[in-house]
Design a protein around this ligand. Structure first.
Ligand code: IMP
Ligand code: MG
Length: 181
């Protein structure tokens, strides 16, 4: 389905599940090479990154643990408020470990900047950011993103973990809709 209407909003397909799978595998291959023989802790950012995380780990060959963090910067608004709070923290001790933050999309970069600095302060061997999608033109704060699946236009996207007010995370493909007012 390339086009659908939900709740009177028009969604157009932006990335197919096949394109997403190719991007996920390509990221996994790079991680498998770069982290061979290392102990990795994946910090997946709830809720959006759950689908990406589940797919990525099934292509990883490096030894790893999965942790989850939940942050809030948006509330119900669709643009970043700039204030980040921790709703759920990780439990593992990351000191001396190689940390990979898993995010499904980076927009202003504020959410990731906050998490990146906070994890770095706990003394890991390294911290890097992995994102499936990167709206690089929307960046407001500088944040080092090492692994990017796809660089994308400034569109509001749903599907594959991305939500519109908590709906549509389950869609296997990614759709865009015009920014609602
Ligand atoms: P940032 O702090 O502005 O980089 O915001 C990143 C977070 O905003 C992501 O983890 C998503 O949860 C959310 N977000 C950004 N762009 C979109 C989008 O197009 N659709 C759905 N959620 C988005
Ligand atoms: Mg979200």
């Amino acid at each position: 389905m390339d086009y659908m209407v939900l709740d009177n909003k028009n969604f157009t397909k932006y990335l197919s599940k096949h394109e997403i799978e190719a991007a996920v595998i390509s990221i996994a291959n790079r991680i498998n090479t770069d982290y061979e023989g290392k102990q990795v802790i994946l910090v997946s950012v709830l809720k959006g990154a759950i689908i990406f995380t589940a797919d990525l780990v099934r292509h990883l060959k490096v030894d790893h643990e999965v942790e989850f963090v939940r942050l809030s910067s948006y509330g119900k608004a669709r643009t970043s408020s700039g204030t980040v709070t921790i709703l759920k923290d990780i439990h593992a001790d990351i000191r001396g470990k190689h940390v990979l933050i898993l995010e499904e999309i980076i927009d202003s970069g504020r959410t990731l900047k906050f998490l990146f600095e906070r994890l770095k302060a706990s003394g890991p061997a390294s911290v890097e950011i992995v994102t499936l999608l990167d709206k690089s033109s929307k960046r407001v704060v500088d944040v080092p993103v090492k692994y990017v699946g796809r660089t994308i236009d400034d569109q509001f996207l749903v599907g594959y973990g991305l939500d519109l007010e908590e709906h549509c995370r389950n869609l296997p493909d990614v759709y865009y809709l015009k920014y609602p007012n």
